[in-house]
Design a protein around this ligand. Structure first.
Ligand code: FDA
Ligand SMILES: CCCCCCC(=O)C(=O)O
Ligand code: MN
Length: 495
């Protein structure tokens, strides 16, 4: 009850901070100085990176003014394509000296408006820095530049017998995945980015270049000083630009089993998840799709799966023992009245299933032609998962909106993929109301308003409620220490 009162108090307080006279607004809001983008500034950029790497063309600015979220496009004044750490350092220093906003751009697949240039300024596109610097196969790690995408990394690794398993549904940049503390379907076994980054090279706003664990360090564990690596993980471009990431790699599993099963009740599916995890069965993937999501799945991905609440499961490991794990899960599914348990017959069927799962948001969006996706992203301790999923499903049904539920329930994290026609203001209001209530419910159940997509623009009010004023104040102190001129991605994470 106490938690609930704190959360609601903070939300009320934050509602007041939007009107700028309240003390909370002054304490947390650090609006950047309006950019001084003139021909001499653009000329200075061209001197640093070369004429071809600076663009003020509308099409390029528009392309860099949004990500895959529902947030409105906010174009930068200029787009700079960095080709080296030196470029990043000198551009950062120029922006810092002239107090011009600087927004790092990975591959634009973010879901919270993270790259949108709310106050104009310079978009720093790092895709040209696309080298895989080093692969240390015997140590299970590699170092990549910020333009390396996760699928490109895994293609490069194919002959080594290793892979990088963190798998957001998009082909994102590895450094962008660091910046948003990304996750995906494999997190239940391999963890999220927070558990898989050994070192980061970061260019600070004033141009200084640091290595968060020390240059060349790549141990699985360290107790040397503050954990700056995890400080920059999830920083969403607000503390510095990541110009190298050293990440953990894993052996490609000898054997993989994928399977699907169905339930008549949401509670039966989610109870099965909790029991699987409490039995310590080392699942690789454990995804939930409700009946509405399966309906979208069938329509868009050309499947004819039973339209019922479903679990998509995957097991990774040595050939021996994997079938035993599957049989243990089979018993738990049957104990919870699950039915239709079916293994994928071969790698093609397995890959087709998971490709469809990764494209679920588009399947759900296609339910209303011309709509845009609006995704939620709450995460709770798994024992609280049955309550929040059941209550959320009830909210969606009562609101009479299309709200397919999909997610990484093995991590306690799930989404609703609302097809959102912004011109339908009544439905859009219902969607935002459900999203807000879900986030408050998650926080009241000891969870978080964002398991993997970040705060960006749309969840800044929720962050205050989630962490509380004192903790947010400490975060602001860190921000002001690294970025006293507030040039790094202003308006994100904090008001
Ligand atoms: C269809 C689909 C499906 C999914 C997802 C997206 C889409 C379109 N995502 C979200 C997205 O893929 C994820 O947030 C990525 O980490 C974003 O990486 P980008 O390189 O696209 O960052 P993008 O360029 O979008 O930037 C995201 C944020 O990071 C910052 N940033 C980017 N590169 C940086 C750098 N080098 N240094 C500092 N800051 C930097 C930006 O400033 C911005 O604030 C997701 N996510 C997830 O966690 N799990 C999932 O399952 C999915 N699924
Ligand atoms: C474009 C919206 C993407 C929604 C989120 C996708 C995601 O996280 C997933 O698990 O799928
Ligand atoms: Mn997800």
């Amino acid at each position: 009850m106490y938690l609930s009162k704190c959360i609601r108090f903070c939300l009320q307080q934050t509602a007041r901070t939007v009107s700028k006279e309240s003390p909370l607004w002054k304490r947390y809001s650090t609006a950047a100085v309006q950019p001084k983008i003139d021909t001499s500034f653009v000329g200075a950029l061209k001197t640093i990176v070369g004429d071809a790497n600076v663009s003020t063309a509308d099409a390029i600015r528009e392309q860099h003014g949004h990500d895959e979220s529902h947030h409105a496009v906010a174009m930068p004044d200029v787009v700079v394509f960095a080709e080296s750490v030196d470029h990043v350092s000198k551009v950062s220093k120029l922006c810092n000296d002239t107090k011009v906003p600087l927004i790092p751009f990975g591959s634009g697949t973010g879901l919270e408006g993270g790259v949108n240039a709310l106050q104009g300024g310079v978009c720093l596109d790092v895709t040209k820095m696309d080298q895989i610097v080093q692969v240390n196969a015997e140590d299970f790690d590699c170092t990549v530049q910020p333009g390396v995408m996760r699928l490109g990394l895994n293609n490069y690794l194919r002959d080594t017998g290793l892979w990088f398993p963190i798998d957001p549904g998009a082909d994102a940049s590895v450094c962008g995945m660091c910046a948003t503390s990304a996750s995906g379907t494999n997190a239940v076994k391999y963890g999220t980015m927070r558990e898989n980054v050994l070192n980061l090279q970061v260019v600070l706003p004033d141009g200084r270049v640091i290595d968060t664990a020390g240059r060349g360090r790549r141990t699985k564990k360290t107790s040397a000083g503050y954990n700056l690596t995890n400080l920059f993980l999830g920083s969403e471009g607000t503390l510095g630009t990541i110009t190298e990431a050293t990440v953990r790699l894993y052996g490609i599993p000898e054997k993989t089993i994928s399977a699907v099963c169905h339930f008549n009740e949401v509670s039966e599916a989610v109870d099965t998840v909790v029991q699987i995890l409490q039995c310590g069965i080392p699942m690789a993937k454990l995804e939930f799709l409700d009946d509405s999501a399966i309906d979208c799945f069938n329509r868009f991905c050309k499947y004819d799966m039973t339209v019922a609440h479903s679990l998509f499961l995957e097991f990774h490991g040595p050939a021996y023992g994997l079938e035993d794990q599957f049989q243990s899960v089979k018993e738990l599914i049957e104990m919870n009245n699950g039915f239709g348990l079916k293994q994928a017959s071969d790698a093609d069927e397995r890959n087709r299933l998971w490709k469809a799962r990764h494209e679920m948001v588009w399947a759900c969006t296609a339910r209303i032609p011309g709509s845009k996706p609006y995704s939620t992203d709450v995460c709770v301790p798994i024992t609280n998962l049955p309550e929040i999923i059941t209550k959320t499903k009830q909210m969606v049904v009562e609101a009479d909106v299309i709200g397919p539920m999909v997610g990484h329930v093995g991590d306690g994290n799930f989404h609703i993929f609302f097809p959102c026609d912004h011109s339908d203001t009544e439905t859009f209001k219902k969607i935002k109301d459900i999203s807000h209530k879900m986030a408050v419910m998650a926080m009241e159940l000891n969870g978080t308003c964002t398991g993997e997509h970040g705060i960006g623009i749309g969840k800044r009010d929720l962050l205050v409620a989630e962490v509380g004023e004192e903790t947010l104040g400490a975060m602001k102190q860190i921000k002001e220490t690294f970025d006293p001129n507030n040039i790094m991605n202003p308006g994100k994470v904090f008001f």
